[in-house]
Design a protein around this ligand. Sequence first.
Ligand SMILES: Nc1ncnc2c1ncn2[C@@H]1O[C@H](COP(=O)(O)OP(=O)(O)OP(=O)(O)O)[C@@H](O)[C@H]1O
Length: 302
Amino acid sequence: MNQEPVVRIMGVSKKIGSKTLIDNLTLDIPAGQVFGFLGPNGSGKTTTIRMMVGLMSITKGEILIQGSSIKSQFEQAISHVGAIVENPEMYKFLTGYQNLLHYARMSPGVTEERIMEAVKRVGMEHRIHDKVKTYSLGMRQRLGVAQAILHRPRLLILDEPTNGLDPQGIRELRDYLRELSREEGITVFVSSHLLSEMELMCDTVAVIQQGRLIDVRVLKTGDKEGEQREIAFEVNDPQRAKAIIGEGRIEDSRLIVNVNREKISEINAKLVMSGISVYAINNVTRSLEDQFLEITGGGHIG
Ligand SMILES: Nc1ncnc2c1ncn2[C@@H]1O[C@H](COP(=O)(O)OP(=O)(O)OP(=O)(O)O)[C@@H](O)[C@H]1O
């Protein structure tokens, strides 16, 4: 799929007084993904999102949504967006359904069928006719998401959606967001300071720190078994080990090879059978967590 990115953030900066909150941020968000925006508290995630939805002006640069400028073609650009940036306003003494009906009246073209479809997407069919005051935080959030997708946006933006949810709630959120992205082709943009959640939930993660983009990483999902990674074999004779295996490079008297899981045990067996002593086998490819900790100086990530 070689589609245009749903969002293009191009050289965006935000200054308030002498303070630079966002510094020359450039980021494309591809269509159909669950895209994570990861950064420690105060790194500028909410500021970026507020600019994306027109709640805050852009000091410099441009943001395009489905090709329309949020600055000069606001109506057009925002028509593609569903967002929960602050807690969505809900009428607690009305049912979930009545709340959705109320919002539907404000968005032209949203039918009762569409309301029920949105309700199904977030798995709320069984509770939608109960009053909102009886809902858990997770259910209120589902209702918020149902409301945000009523008008079939191309992009759903959620600011820190895992906040306040218990592990079960987080798992459910992840499942219905992934389904939403798959079934409705919505691109989901979620911010979080929780790396572990991002790793489980997202196809791609962009890391921001102190208003600057520091990394964009495509996370491998699914076939972990076949995934290639760099493995270091600590052995007594790395030169000979390399000759036996017929590949790899030597670094700090270790043999480094790029292999999948299966191959690791094969190599180990081959070395041992050839009389090489294997002292240790380690991962060289660092996890996103290691990299994130290094980048953020081991700071708080959750
Ligand atoms: N209106 C404002 N005026 C001045 N500084 C601001 C303003 N809004 C935010 N900031 C500062 O900008 C920085 C980025 O804030 P932002 O809320 O975007 O971070 P965040 O990554 O969303 O963090 P959190 O996870 O804590 O919400 C912070 O240092 C914050 O104090």
